[in-house]
Ligand binder design. Structure first.
Ligand code: CTP
Length: 395
């Protein structure tokens, strides 16, 4: 998709860099159109380097290509972030005295505007009227976030988080094929306590699960994320934070009744410490060898699938198979898990050498019950699209 990103002259202009990164990581082309004042806050060089496209806000250069019309007509989506009070006023009046103003008038693509300004300016009747005018015309104007502003003051007026801007914008242009669906996504890795200080963990970063949750949200789903020991700032319909496999089990089983799909991306510890010490274990007391007794954790995915079948729930389930094998061996392990755990789909992932953990790229094979195969590789956002495509077909 080609996204035109308008940037106007506010202190939050530097956050455009995060928006460009999120859009390009999701496989979109970004053409940045800053206003002259935006370039007082952020350099064209930065915007060009990140977007891989030339940045020139001047309406009167390269005139022969009629670039305002070309940009407006070719855009699949237009985002303006941050949008100042002055820009909202010009946009509401249809003023087209620079490239951004012209591009917006020349586009038929969905337009999303993310305002950022001081609370007094946001609440001023002039700004309220401009926002209302724009919304009546079908422009999506996000509510600013509440929080710390440029100075010491706090209130509504902060630019919403880049992840939320991108998600809302892509949802406008997206297929909307998951609208009305409730998707439960588990992500991250559980931690099994040994004592109040230590735990047994794993190397899952939660990035692939987060990419799947974002993709589902962008396609209109109501997404409930159960996050095991992963931090993120995205706003989802619901976020439940868990630490251990026992916490995760409770959260999953409490939520499958109200879900149309379960995507079990979390890396769950197969064992937990049999008896957790409530005081710190002391090396001085333990000596040179420590033996921990571990007991098996329940298989949460298998339990969830058994509940779905027993109670006849309308919830499809996707599991992940992390294997240190490749080729036929990888597919055979994954198929075994698909059957033994009772999933509708399984996503087979070669994690040999641990390179995939925390990385931006991934490569997977998606297996269905009937053996149909799809493969996906590239950024985790691209892999997420393939997984959600497969999920959407089941829903
Ligand atoms: N899973 C789960 N509960 C567990 C272990 C795994 O729900 N106690 C889920 C994972 O979230 C994943 C799938 O089962 O969706 C497969 O996890 P994986 O770690 O690949 O396999 P294991 O079941 O742990 O089997 P093995 O250790 O033999 O590879």
């Amino acid at each position: 998709m080609l996204v035109v990103l308008g940037v106007t002259g506010g202190i939050a202009a530097y956050k455009a860099t995060a928006i460009i990164r999120l859009l390009t990581a999701a496989g979109h082309q970004v053409k940045v159109v800053p206003t002259q004042n935006a370039l007082r806050f952020i350099g064209a060089t930065t915007l060009e380097a990140l977007s891989h496209h030339a940045v020139d806000p001047d309406l009167y250069t390269d005139v022969e290509s009629v670039k305002h019309v070309e940009l407006g007509q070719s855009a699949d989506l237009v985002i303006v972030a941050p949008a100042t009070a002055s820009f909202l006023a010009r946009m509401a009046s249809g003023v087209a005295d620079d490239l951004l103003g012209n591009t917006i008038l020349a586009t038929r693509a969905p337009v999303l505007v993310a305002p950022a300004m001081h609370t007094e300016m946001w609440q001023n009747p002039a700004t309220r009227a401009n926002v209302e005018t724009l919304r009546k015309r079908g422009i999506t104007v996000l509510e600013p976030a509440v929080g710390r502003l440029t100075g010491e003051d706090v209130g509504p007026g902060r630019l919403p988080e880049p992840e939320d801007i991108v998600a809302a914008a892509l949802a406008l242009a997206g297929p909307g094929d998951l609208r009305g669906k409730r998707i439960l996504v588990t992500l991250g890795g559980t931690q099994e306590p040994i004592d109040p200080v230590r735990y047994i963990g794993n190397r899952s970063s939660g990035k692939q699960g987060l990419a799947i949750a974002r993709e589902a949200r962008q396609r209109g789903a109501e997404v409930h994320v159960i996050a095991a020991n992963v931090d993120f700032t995205d706003a989802f319909a619901k976020v439940t934070r868990v630490a251990s496999a026992a916490d995760l089990e409770k959260a999953v089983l409490a939520s499958i009744h109200s879900s149309d799909a379960l995507v079990m991306c979390a890396a769950v510890a197969d064992y937990r410490v049999d008896s957790i010490s409530d005081v710190k274990l002391k090396r001085g007391h333990l000596g040179e060898r420590l033996q921990l007794s571990l007991v098996a954790n329940p298989d949460i995915l298998a339990l969830a699938n058994a509940t779905i079948r027993r109670e006849n729930l309308r919830c499809v389930s996707i599991g992940f198979a992390a294997e240190t094998s490749s080729g036929d061996q990888l597919l055979s392990y994954a198929k075994g898990k698909l059957e033994s755990k009772g999933c509708d789909l399984i996503v087979a992932n070669d994690v040999s050498g641990g390179a995939v953990f925390g990385a931006e790229a991934n490569s997977v094979t998606i297996l269905a019950k009937d053996g149909a195969l799809a493969t996906a590789s590239g950024g985790k956002a691209q892999v997420a699209t393939a997984v959600v495509d497969a999920l959407a077909k089941l829903l």
